[in-house]
Design a protein around this ligand. Structure first.
Ligand code: KG4
Ligand code: ZN
Length: 340
């Protein structure tokens, strides 16, 4: 089965062909970072316009990379998957309109995919035999969610962020530090040359709850910077490393506490911030120490991409078949995780 997957929930226009299960035949990602960088965040109207400009070339390239011409579309593509929510309203509409148009022209079934589920199932692209139950920690620019995946499409949400998402905290910290957008990769890179014990930023463990809160770390960074203006490149590296450590330790603490509490032997990370090198290292090390297997997608599958939408769509149609009501096909910017 070949699925053409489309992702336009935020600031990446992406399309992918996923074949025979979870083999990525092609993946094209057109990033809008240069458009949004000067605003230190995604501007929804500009994102929608860029998606409209990019979507057709991105789909044409992913089909051509998968060696499928538009003449072969009917024969070679079996279903079309698209991100139905959550995300930016206008951005989601672009992907959904294009997916629906292709589906009606070529008479193909549509598979709506929740963006968060895309991040959960991105891991399956590289770990095809992985099976639930597992604990999933999704850390992106818009979400921080700790979820027990009891089975394919069956979830128990343990907690989420009460304020900033992990990626958002990195992005806001970068702005305070005079760095550009997106802040996560830049702070990650500077941290590698810094001392993570130089400054002791707060660790918001919120004991007794599975929720997260990252606004406290952000405020402690702001207070530190007021009292200690950046005096050198090394000082900046030390601040970045200390900030990154505070976030990585908080995530590790909560995720492994939850895995132990619910006796889960597998932990899956997903979302853009799971490409952070320290977060990856600490999760893998803690996994070894606690005899818990940790799965983290390659960085290309951590940040937004259509292959993860195709991966989820494949698993979803395997369990639910290929018919969806028109209600499910309406894009929904605040779509919640729900069971299949
Ligand atoms: O999953 P994603 O591409 O988009 C959303 O669904 O939000 O995540 C984007 C977020 C941004 O906030 C970005 O700063 C963060 O992921 N990010 C990182 C790293 N790479 C991307 N955060 C920390 N360290 C990184 N290496
Ligand atoms: Zn995402």
């Amino acid at each position: 089965m070949n699925i053409l997957a489309i992702e336009t929930s935020c600031d990446e226009t992406s399309a992918s062909v996923i074949s025979n299960g979870l083999d990525v035949k092609s993946l094209v990602i057109s990033s809008q970072i240069p458009i949004h960088a000067k605003f230190f965040g995604v501007v929804p109207e500009l994102a929608s316009r860029a998606h409209i400009e990019n979507i057709n070339p991105v789909i044409a390239k992913t089909l051509s990379d998968a060696k499928i011409s538009f003449n072969d579309f009917t024969k070679k593509i079996d279903a079309i998957a698209f991100t139905v929510g959550p995300g930016l309203a206008g951005a989601l509409l672009v992907g959904s309109v294009v997916a629906k148009s292709l589906a009606s022209v070529y008479r193909k079934p549509l598979i709506p995919v929740n963006h968060l589920e895309g991040h959960i199932y991105s891991t399956f692209i590289e770990n095809k035999s992985l099976k639930p139950p597992f604990l999933a920690l999704i850390i992106s620019g818009g979400h921080t969610e700790l979820i027990i995946v009891e089975d394919f499409g069956r979830y128990k949400i343990l907690g989420g962020t009460r304020d900033d998402a992990v990626g958002e905290a990195f992005d806001k910290a970068a702005k305070m530090l005079g760095l550009s957008y997106p802040g996560g990769p830049i702070i990650d890179e500077k941290s590698s040359r810094g001392n993570p014990s130089a400054i002791k930023f707060t660790r918001p463990y919120l004991k007794g709850s599975w929720d997260f809160s990252f606004s406290g770390i952000k405020t402690s960074l702001l207070n530190y910077l007021k009292a200690n203006p950046i005096k050198s490149g090394q000082h900046l590296n030390d601040i970045c490393a200390s900030f990154r450590m505070a976030i990585a330790e908080t995530l590790n603490f909560k995720a492994f506490e939850a895995a132990k509490e619910f006796n889960l032997k597998k932990v899956v990370l997903g979302g853009g911030a799971s490409s952070n090198s320290l977060i990856r290292y600490m999760f893998l090390e803690n996994g070894k120490k606690n005899k818990i297997k940790v799965f983290i997608p390659s960085p290309i599958y951590c940040t937004d991409n259509a292959a993860m939408i195709g991966s989820c769509a494949y698993l979803k149609q395997k369990k639910c078949g290929l018919s969806y009501s028109s209600f499910q096909l309406k894009s929904n910017p605040s779509l919640l995780l729900s069971n299949w």
